[in-house]
Design a binder for this molecule. Structure first.
Ligand code: GCW
Length: 838
C-alpha cells in the first residue's frame, strides 16, 4: 500500500490512522460521546479540546464521537472534559491523587479506568493540554486504562520568533514570516492558528512574535489594532498568549522625543501610553521582551542608567495588567579587544547583571541564553543561571539552528539541552540542577516566576522549519519546558511515532539517526569546547575556523602555531571559571579536572597536550572530524532503508537533505583539519589530511586534467578547497576533462562544486561523452540556510553519482555553463571504490 503524501503542515498532530495490526482492545478507546463541561463561547481552549478529540478519534481510529454538553446526554463510553470547577459543579468529586495537579496552574488529570474517562484541567488551557496528552497516547498506540496527572515545571514556556516587519526572519531558514509582510500583519492567519495548535500540544503558553532587534512600527495604531489584536485573538483559543519585543529607542524613533532615557518623564509617559494602547488591543498580553545594549541596540546604559532602571521603567506600566518584562541578559561589548588576555565575552552576563540582583522589579525576568556565549555546539551552562538570587530568571534555548547547520543539517538538539538542564551548579554547596533552578517550587532560589524561552524560526514553508526532521527540536523544546527531567531519546521516539507512525523499524531507524546527529555535528564542527567553528563574520553556516579570532565578537579560540583554547581560569586567565560556585569552579580552574569536552573552553593548551582519553588535542581534532563526518555519511543509507515506510513526499525531501548534509560534513571535516594542520604544523597520525587517494583536484596543474574555457581561481577561505583553489569558467561555458587510471570496476563518483547565491550554473557529467547526470547550482531554491556569494566553506557542495562502471582509460568530462555570476565552479572529482568515503 502506498502511503499518502504529506507536506508536513500537520507535523506531529497529523493523527495518522493507527494500523489494524497494532490495535488492541486496550489501545483503541471505544468512546461514543464527549461531554464538554461549562459554558463556552466556542473560543475557549475547552471547546478546542473537544474538537481535537473528535478529530483525533476520526483520524486515528476511524470512529465517530459525538459532542454533548451535559452528562445526561452522554451514552456509552464517555470522555468528560472540563475545568476542575466545572466538574465540581456537576456534583462530582475528584480522586485525591488528582489534587496536586489540578491545584497547580496549567496542571491536568486523566483517568480512563472506568467508562467515564476524565480529562480535567486546573484551568481552560490545561484541559486542552490534557486532551493533547490523551490523543498522543491514542495516536502512538500506547493507550490503556490509566490515571495520570501532570503539571508544568514552570509558568513561562514561551517562544521568541525573530520575525521582521518586512516578512523576513532573522536566522530564518524555513520561509517567510507567518506574522508579518511589508511592514504590517499578514491578512490570512491560518498558519498562525496551526502554529498555536502545535504550541498548545506541547504545553507552550506564550509567544513573542517579533524580532528582538525590534522595529517600533509594530506599535503603530493600525498594526496594533488591526494586526496584533487579530494574532492574539486567533491564538487565544489555544491558550497561547502574545507578547511583543520592544525597541528601547522607540520614544525617539516612534514617539518623536529627544531622548529614550528611562528616567525622563516624557519617556516614562511614552511607555505608559504605549502599554495602554497595547492592552486595549490585547488585554491578556504576556508582556515585553527586550534586547538592549546588545549588538548595537540602544539601552539604558546609552543614557548612563543601569540595566535595572531600564527594565523597571518598562515593567511599571505592565504591572497593573500582570504583564512581564523578559529582559535579555545578552548584553556584551562586541568590540572587545583580543589583545587583552583578561577580556572575555563569557564574563559579560555575570558582570552586567549580578550586582543589580536586588534592584529589579518583581515583574522583571532576566532571560539568559543557556551558555555564556551563543548557542554553540557545546558550552557550559551560563554562570548567571546560578548567580541571581532575588531576580527571577528564565533560560533561552534556540530551536533555530543558527550555529548548528541551519536546518540544512539534521541535528537533534535536545541531548545538548538535556545536559545543560541536568548540570549541577552547586549553589551554596547544595545540589542545584539547572532544571531545578528554573522550577518555581524547587532549587536554591524558588522564584515565583521562571521558565523557558526558545528562539524558533518557523516560516511559511509547509515543513515549518525547512526540514521535516528539524521539527523534533521544536517538539522536544516544549516537552522539556514542561518536564525538564524527561529523556531526550524518549521524547524523540514519541515525536517519531506521532510524525511518521508507529512501525518499530521506522522508530528505531529515525531515533538512532537523530541521536547520532549532535555528536556527529560536534565531531566535524568544533571539538573539546572550542565552539562551532563556523564563519562568525558572515553566514554562521559553513566552516571558517579563522573567523573566530582577531575581531571584537569575542568568540575566540586564541589558536596560534603552538596551542589553542581560552584560558578562563582565575589563576592565569580571564577569571570566568570563578564566576561559578566553588565546587564547580575548582573543576574548571584545573586542567586535570576539566572534562575533555570543555577543555578548550576553559584552558589554553599546546596542540600536543594529552587528553584524558590519551590522545593529543590535535589528534583528537583529526579523529573526531573524521568520525563525525563518517557518521553523517551513514545517514543517507540509513534513511534509504525506510523507503516505502514513510510517504514518498517526506521520504524524498529528507533523502535530499541528508545527502546534501553528508557532502557538507566532508567539507567541514576537510576545512577544519586542513586549517589546524597548517597552523600547528603537526601531521595526522593516519595521514588523512590533504592526502586524498581517490580525488582528482581540478585546479592543480596536472597533465591529466585538461581545462577548456575553465581557469583556476582562489577560494575565499583557502582551507575550503583542495590547495586553496577551484576552477571556474572563463566565459559562458567550459569543460574539464580527465582520463582515469583505475582498475575496472564499479565506483561512486563524487563531484565537489560550489553553489553560491550569485547565480544558478548548470553542469553535466559525461563518461566517454555519454551523459552520467546533470545538475544545477540552484540549492538556494531548495535549502534554507544563509547562502554565500563566494567560493567558500558555505557554498562548497558535493554531489554523488553512484554505481558507475569504469575502466582504465575512460574519460570523465564535466561541462559547466555559467548561470548569472556563478561560473560553474568546481573543486575536485572523487572516484570512490565501493565503501570508500574520501
Ligand atoms: O546569535 C546572535 C545572532 C543575532 C541575534 C542575536 C541575539 C537577534 O547572530 O542574529 O539577533 O544573537 O540573540 O540577539
Amino acid at each position: 500500500m502506498t502511503l499518502p503524501n504529506e507536506d508536513g503542515v500537520a507535523a506531529w498532530l497529523r493523527y495518522g490512522e493507527l494500523p489494524a495490526s497494532v490495535r488492541t482492545a486496550a489501545n483503541s478507546a471505544a468512546v461514543d460521546t464527549i461531554v464538554v463541561l461549562g459554558d463556552h463561547n466556542g473560543k475557549s481552549p475547552v471547546t478546542v479540546a473537544g474538537q481535537e478529540l473528535t478529530d483525533g478519534f476520526r483520524n486515528i481510529l476511524g470512529r465517530t464521537v459525538t459532542i454533548v454538553n451535559n452528562l445526561s446526554a452522554a451514552s456509552g463510553t464517555t470522555i468528560i472534559i472540563g475545568t476542575l470547577s466545572d466538574y465540581k459543579a456537576t456534583g462530582q468529586a475528584v480522586n485525591n491523587d488528582a489534587s496536586p495537579f489540578l491545584s497547580h496552574e496549567d496542571g491536568y488529570w486523566l483517568d480512563t479506568t472506568s467508562d467515564k474517562h476524565l480529562v480535567l484541567g486546573s484551568n481552560e488551557r490545561a484541559v486542552l493540554y490534557g486532551a493533547f496528552d490523551y490523543l498522543s497516547r491514542l495516536a502512538q498506540g500506547t493507550f490503556s486504562a490509566f490515571t495520570f496527572g501532570s503539571r508544568p515545571s514552570a509558568p513561562i514556556r514561551w517562544i521568541n520568533q525573530w520575525d521582521n516587519m518586512d516578512g523576513s526572519i532573522e536566522r530564518g531558514y524555513g520561509g517567510k514570516s507567518l506574522f508579518f509582510t511589508d511592514g504590517r500583519i499578514v491578512d490570512n492567519l491560518e498558519r498562525v492558528r496551526q502554529y498555536a495548535r502545535l504550541m498548545a500540544s506541547i504545553g507552550l503558553n506564550g509567544i513573542v512574535i517579533n524580532n528582538v532587534n525590534a522595529n517600533a512600527s509594530l506599535l503603530g495604531e493600525d498594526n496594533l489594532n488591526n494586526g496584533v489584536r487579530r494574532i492574539a485573538d486567533i491564538m487565544r483559543p489555544y491558550g497561547v498568549r502574545t507578547g511583543l519585543a520592544l525597541n528601547f529607542d522607540a520614544p525617539r524613533t516612534l514617539g518623536g522625543l529627544e531622548t529614550s532615557d528611562p528616567l525622563d518623564a516624557g519617556v516614562v509617559k511614552f511607555w505608559e501610553d504605549v502599554t495602554k494602547r497595547v492592552y486595549a488591543a490585547v488585554p491578556d498580553l504576556i508582556g515585553y521582551t527586550i534586547k538592549a545594549n546588545s549588538e548595537g541596540q540602544p539601552g539604558p546604559l546609552s543614557y548612563g542608567r543601569t540595566l535595572a532602571e531600564g527594565a523597571n521603567m518598562l515593567a511599571k506600566p505592565l504591572e497593573p495588567y500582570g504583564g512581564l518584562v523578559l529582559y535579555r541578559a545578552f548584553v556584551y561589548d562586541h568590540h572587545l579587544s583580543e589583545a587583552d588576555p583578561k577580556n572575555d565575552r563569557a564574563n559579560a552576563a555575570v558582570d552586567f547583571f549580578t550586582h543589580l540582583d536586588e534592584q529589579f522589579a518583581e515583574n522583571v525576568v532576566v532571560q539568559i541564553k543557556f551558555g555564556p556565549i551563543d548557542f554553540q555546539v557545546r558550552e557550559p551552562p551560563s554562570p548567571l543561571l546560578a548567580r541571581l538570587k532575588k531576580t527571577r530568571a528564565a533560560i533561552e534555548f534556540m530551536v533555530a539552528q543558527e550555529y548548528m547547520g541551519q536546518q540544512s543539517h539534521a541535528v537533534y538538539l535536545a541531548p545538548e539541552w538535556q545536559e545543560i538542564l541536568a548540570f549541577d551548579m552547586r549553589v551554596n554547596g547544595q545540589q542545584s540542577l539547572v532544571r531545578d533552578i528554573l522550577t518555581t517550587d524547587k532549587g536554591p532560589f524558588t522564584w515565583s516566576t521562571t521558565g523557558y524561552t526558545a528562539v524558533v524560526n518557523v516560516g511559511n514553508d509547509s515543513t515549518w522549519l525547512g526540514h521535516h526532521l528539524a521539527m523534533a527540536n521544536l517538539y522536544a523544546y516544549g516537552r522539556l519546558a514542561w518536564r525538564p527531567s524527561d529523556d531526550a531519546k524518549d521524547i524523540l521516539e514519541d515525536w517519531i511515532r506521532l510524525t511518521f507512525g508507529v512501525d518499530p523499524t521506522v522508530v528505531s531507524a529515525i531515533s538512532s539517526l537523530l541521536m547520532d546527529s549532535w555528536p556527529a555535528y560536534e565531531g566535524h564542527s568544533g571539538n573539546l569546547g572550542v565552539q562551532t567553528l563556523c564563519d562568525i563574520l558572515y553566514t554562521h553556516y559553513g566552516p571558517s575556523p579563522a573567523s573566530q579570532d582577531g575581531n571584537g565578537w569575542g568568540q575566540w579560540t586564541r589558536a596560534d602555531s603552538q596551542g589553542i583554547g581560552m584560558d578562563r581560569s582565575v589563576a592565569t586567565g580571564t577569571g570566568n571559571a570563578g564566576q561559578y560556585h566553588p565546587e564547580v569552579a575548582t573543576v574548571w580552574e584545573d586542567i586535570s579536572k576539566t572534562p575533555d569536552n570543555l577543555l578548550l573552553w576553559f584552558h589554553h593548551v599546546p596542540y600536543t597536550h594529552v587528553l584524558k582519553s590519551g590522545k593529543t588535542v590535535i589528534q583528537h581534532f583529526y579523529d573526531a572530524h573524521y568520525e563525525g563526518a563518517a557518521t553523517v555519511q551513514t545517514f543517507p543509507q540509513r534513511w534509504a532503508s525506510l523507503k516505502g515506510k514513510v510517504d514518498d513526499a517526506r521520504f524524498e525531501h529528507i533523502a535530499f537533505k541528508l545527502a546534501y548534509q553528508a557532502g557538507h560534513a566532508i567539507v567541514w571535516r576537510d576545512s577544519v583539519c586542513r586549517f589546524y594542520q597548517t597552523m600547528s604544523g603537526i601531521e595526522d597520525d593516519q595521514k588523512r589530511v590533504n592526502n586524498h587517494k581517490w580525488r582528482i583536484p581540478l585546479a592543480a596543474p596536472s597533465p591529466n586534467v585538461v581545462l577548456v574555457g575553465y581557469e583556476p581561481v582562489a577560494v575565499r577561505l583557502p582551507e575550503a578547497a583542495s590547495d586553496g583553489k577551484a576552477v571556474q569558467t572563463t566565459g559562458e561555458t567550459g569543460s574539464v576533462k580527465t582520463t582515469l587510471d583505475v582498475e575496472d570496476g564499479t565506483y561512486d563518483l563524487a563531484v565537489n562544486y560550489f553553489d553560491t547565491l550569485v547565480g544558478r550554473a548548470k553542469y553535466e557529467l559525461l563518461l566517454n561523452d555519454k551523459s552520467v547526470g546533470k545538475w544545477e547550482g540552484n540549492l538556494q531554491d531548495r535549502l534554507g540556510h544563509d547562502f554565500s556569494e563566494y567560493l567558500d566553506g558555505h557554498s562548497a557542495t558535493r554531489i554523488y553519482f553512484r554505481g558507475v562502471v569504469l575502466k582504465k582509460g575512460d574519460v570523465l568530462t564535466i561541462v559547466g555553463r555559467a548561470g548569472g555570476k556563478e561560473k560553474a565552479p568546481l573543486d575536485y572529482i572523487s572516484v570512490l571504490p565501493e565503501g570508500e568515503v574520501d
